[in-house]
Design a protein around this ligand. Structure first.
Ligand SMILES: [Zn+2]
Length: 416
């Protein structure tokens, strides 16, 4: 396996700084890169190390560059790649490293799902970003640019893009100022002006970095003695705010709209069930306890099915790490909240449909075994029952969602 290591930026840090908390950024160059790209990436790494040390000097920064030229060879036609495939490359790399953040840099164009194109994507639950030089290269605008011009332009844009991504990974949101690093750029040339943090942004980042620089759970003295379950519970509890942030960033409330096949399958099921007399008879005789149990099972089964089928969980490496715990708990929480959104959407629609379309006299004959007047509570029970069924069938529909698309929705917070 071809691998080049280059730790020179780390060694540039003075020895006297060793009592400062350590932060490590891994830069993985994925796929084939030409000479100008590689030179630009190295230059960006050196300048990023300087910039981080200058702006966040209370930490000791180590930036490691790893070349994974072979990483994309298994992906056919690798001029346009799925960012989630590259996240996986970074994840594999991290298993043997202690990186706090990963930047995966590629020369290939990124496949996007929300925007016409992107020069980068940010995935908070993996503390990772993917950056593409393809549109940062001045050659994409004009063929008359010489080698030095390409290196200078690409490294400058790549540096701004890396800082922007690290800003997001530390919880920053966009700024309206075109000279702020967190400006929401419209075109790659905007990156040139994106140079500064505000004092407030800096202190927010420092606060977040302090949490990250704390000793990780797996490095604590008793780590070897705890079981995987208690390690998961502790990891999830310690990182509960980070996990909650990651879930919010993923916008699970947009799942029904983004996951067209799941939603269509769920709604078709609901319609068919509503038109079936037996559904009404069965659902109206269900007790509140049975209904609650049914709902819990439906949510758990669909979440587990989707997480497994779409391979959303990071497999543990040689040992379980806090990072893996955060990524996996967040992934499950994102899917669960997406499923709950879909459930409530189905419930609301079903209720509205019942009230508007079905007359009580008809419903009463369908719910033959019910020996009491039909009330709204009965409608609610039937709607919940039907929505839960719809969700389960819909989740099987989700297995038809394109594998990378689903992971993109769950993991990618921003296409930059
Ligand atoms: Zn952004």
């Amino acid at each position: 396996m071809m691998q080049h290591r280059d730790d020179s930026a780390g060694q540039a840090v003075p020895r006297s700084a060793s009592d400062q908390p350590l932060l490590e950024v891994g830069i993985v160059v994925a796929g084939q890169t030409d000479a100008a790209d590689m030179q630009a990436i190295r230059l960006m790494r050196d300048r990023l190390a300087e910039r981080l040390q200058e702006d966040f000097g209370e930490f000791r920064w180590v930036l490691t560059l790893v070349n994974r030229a072979e990483a994309l060879s298994r992906l056919p036609g690798s001029t346009r790649v799925e960012p989630v495939e590259l996240l996986e490359v970074g994840q594999t790399e991290r298993e043997s490293q202690h990186w706090d953040f990963i930047l995966i840099v590629t020369q290939a164009e990124l496949r996007t799902h929300y925007k016409p194109y992107a020069v980068g994507i940010v995935a908070r639950i993996h503390d990772a970003a993917v950056l593409s030089t393809s549109r940062l290269d001045p050659r994409s605008e004009s063929t008359a640019v010489h080698h030095e011009g390409r290196v200078a332009a690409m490294s400058e844009r790549l540096l701004a893009l890396a800082l922007h991504a690290l800003g997001h990974l530390n919880g920053l949101v966009h700024s309206a100022d075109s000279d702020n690093i967190m400006y929401e750029m419209a075109r790659p040339s905007d990156l040139v002006a994106m140079q500064s943090w505000t004092a407030e942004q800096k202190s927010d980042v420092v606060e977040n970095l302090r949490l990250i620089a704390d000793v990780r759970l797996e490095e604590q003295a008793d780590a070897g003695r705890t079981s995987a379950t208690s390690f998961y519970v502790r990891g999830a509890w310690v990182n509960r705010h980070e996990i909650a942030d990651a879930v919010l960033q993923a916008h699970p409330w947009e799942f029904p709209q983004r996951l067209g096949r799941l939603t269509t399958a769920a709604f078709s099921t609901v319609l068919v069930l509503l038109m079936t007399a037996e559904t009404w008879d069965l659902a109206s005789s269900v007790t509140a306890g049975q209904l609650a149990g049914l709902l819990a099972i439906a949510l758990c089964v669909t979440t587990a099915f989707v997480a497994a089928k779409q391979r959303l969980l990071v497999r543990r490496g040689r040992r379980l790490t806090e990072q893996t715990v955060v990524a996996n708990v967040a992934a499950v929480a994102i899917v669960l909240s997406g499923m709950m959104t879909t459930f409530f959407g189905l419930l609301g629609t079903t209720l509205a449909f019942q009230v508007l379309v079905f007359r009580t006299s008809v419903v009463k004959t369908w719910a033959a075994s019910l020996h009491e007047p039909w009330t709204f509570a009965h409608s609610l029970v039937v709607a919940s029952f039907v929505a839960a069924m719809g969700l389960v069938i819909g989740a099987f529909g989700a297995s038809f969602e394109e594998y990378n698309y689903f992971r993109h929705i769950a993991f990618v917070d921003e296409e930059t």
